[in-house]
Write a protein that binds this ligand. Structure first.
Ligand code: CFM
Ligand code: HCA
Length: 529
């Protein structure tokens, strides 16, 4: 039995039937189909979060000049208040509310008699105290259950106060994971924010989509883009703002870093404004260089191409000695990497550069296209859960639609390996024999640790300590364990240093995992069926 089979073998027949489609071993020459974006099994201790976390916590929260009111009990607002480490800085032109956590703090009486009054009062307070240009309201589970009409409240308040007020029905139970919440947030931003500004278009202008400035990643990426000469119109949404987002439609090109969380806006902006998008990856040297070169080819300006090469050479030289040093310490090590819906893929090239082999990979809530590539999109059937989240359609905007590329130029780009509106998914960088597990759980974490014995495990706070107690170093690839940035050239060096420190800390050899001496689990998982 291989590692995958050994793990599946411990499940009851019912759980086995479900999980066998989500856990696969990559085989050469095979289509490697995986099941994804389906309901987690109750009680299985998944790492997933909820729809509200995806909408409010992930996509909307980083918009610094927006006062986001969580309509619900206090815990949801508190949990999404900065734990994700999306950094932001206000300045004299842009307000920043990142330090604040706005919530209606619903109590039992609000659940019984309705919470709309309290929400109206909260909006009034926020307007009077903070005077924001934009307020967003995000619903948590009970709001959907009791039927508060947050959209009507938002419309009324918008009229009353003369500022933008948007409502998002992103109750935690909508959809099977955070992913539904991304979609809801994308719809709202596209409907009511993007395209409402009147800024003049700029040369070499780009939007950076799906970059949330975790640990300062977006700042590092922007530093390199600005050095080359790009104008970043908006960042969606790391250290981003409502003010910038309104003018996103003026950019020439959309750069998609996290495909999972923002592909909807990228697609809708292509239809509505004609803006092409390319999948980029500013994590890892191969990723960065390919992304920068693709961008330069898109704009096809000899000066920009030359500057791109000069900046790449300079930035690479700065980190070359450090990277070479860390490679001598890391070569031959193995890693497990399990993050939300895109970072697992983003870090593979960086690990390869450092000589680290990925033996276990997976996403919490990625869809099949994030694994297999967008070519599978037509074959993915929408189920009842995904239909629960609205898919909006947009029309060509007669005033702002532009088409930069001629058909000849498009063909040239294709021939040069620059593929627009394409993402090949995790499979494009993964080695044969890697075990891939979708929506994994704590049982699988423990078992894979024993079977695959990775030298380092990259995941999040929910399993970090389980991993460390087994004697394996863990680095959180969500929050970066308070470190970072890891994006860009300088970020690659930070990453190499941090993981070298983690692996070479002597403590791990002193930990004896309890299951090495005593069995912790017996029988099958998921009942006897
Ligand atoms: Fe995109 Fe993200 Fe991720 Fe994501 Fe996330 Fe995140 Fe993540 Mo945590 S938007 S899918 S919902 S890259 S919060 S910044 S680290 S799970 S892999
Ligand atoms: C979320 C946010 C999260 C959680 C991280 C973790 C993040 O999904 O609600 O589990 O460690 O990056 O902060 O993904």
């Amino acid at each position: 039995m291989d590692s995958r089979e050994k793990i599946l073998d411990k499940y009851s027949s019912k759980v086995y039937k479900n999980r066998k489609e989500h856990v696969i071993t990559i085989e050469e020459g095979e289509p490697n189909v995986i099941q994804a974006d389906t309901r987690a099994i109750p009680g299985i201790m998944t790492n997933r979060g909820c729809c509200y976390a995806g909408c409010k916590g992930v996509v909307l929260s980083p918009l610094k000049d927006v006062a986001i009111i969580t309509h619900g009990p206090i815990g949801c607002g508190y949990y999404t208040w900065g734990t994700r480490r999306h950094k932001a800085k206000g300045d004299e032109n842009t307000q920043s509310f990142g330090e604040y956590c706005f919530s209606t703090d619903m109590q039992e009486t609000d659940i019984v008699f309705g919470g709309e009054k309290k929400l109206k009062k909260a909006i009034k307070e926020v307007v009077e105290i903070f005077k924001p240009n934009c307020i967003m309201i995000c619903s948590t589970c009970p709001v959907g259950l009791i039927g508060d009409d947050i959209h009507a409240v938002a419309a009324e308040a918008e009229e009353l106060y003369g500022i933008k007020i948007l409502a998002f029905s992103c109750e935690g139970y909508k959809g099977v994971s955070q992913s539904g919440g991304h979609h809801i947030a994308n719809n709202g931003l596209m409907r009511s924010v993007i395209g409402t500004g009147d800024a003049e278009p700029m040369k070499y202008s780009v939007n950076l989509l799906g970059e949330y400035n975790i640990g300062g990643d977006g700042w590092e990426t922007e530093r390199v883009l600005k050095r080359i000469g790009y104008n970043v119109v908006s960042v969606m949404t790391g250290d981003g703002s409502y003010a910038e987002l309104k003018n996103a439609h003026t950019a020439d090109l959309n750069l998609v870093q996290c495909h999972r969380s923002i592909n909807y806006i990228a697609e809708m902006m292509k239809t509505k404004y004609g803006i092409d998008w390319i999948k980029v990856n500013f994590i890892g040297l191969d990723g960065i260089k390919k992304s920068l070169r693709d961008m330069a080819l898109f704009f096809n300006d000899p000066d920009l191409i030359a500057r791109t090469e000069a900046v790449i050479a300079d930035e690479e030289e700065e980190i070359a000695e450090g990277m070479a040093h860390y490679k001598t310490r890391l070569e031959g090590k193995t890693a497990a990497i399990y993050v939300g819906g895109s970072r697992t893929h983003h870090y593979i090239n960086l690990l390869k550069t450092l000589g680290v082999e990925v033996v276990l990979a997976g996403y919490e809530f990625g869809h099949r296209d994030d694994y297999e590539g967008r070519d599978v999109l037509p074959s993915i059937k929408r189920d009842a859960d995904s239909k629960n989240v609205e898919s909006i359609t947009v029309e060509k905007d007669p005033e702002n639609f532009k088409s930069i590329l001629t058909p000849e130029r498009l063909e040239e780009l294709n021939n040069a390996g620059v593929h627009l509106e394409e993402y090949n998914g995790l499979w494009s960088d993964i080695n044969d024999n890697t075990v891939v597990t979708d929506d994994y759980n704590h049982f699988e974490t423990e078992e894979f640790l024993k079977l695959l014995k990775p030298d380092i495990f990259f995941s999040g706070i929910k399993d970090k300590f389980l991993i460390q107690k087994s004697g394996v170093p863990s680095r959180q690839l969500h929050s970066y364990d308070y470190a970072g940035p890891y994006a860009g050239f300088r970020g690659a060096l930070n990453f190499a240093k941090d993981i070298t420190m983690a692996i070479y800390t002597p403590a791990w050899n002193l930990v004896e995992a309890p299951w090495k001496n005593t069995p912790t689990l017996e029988g099958s998982l998921g009942g006897t069926e």
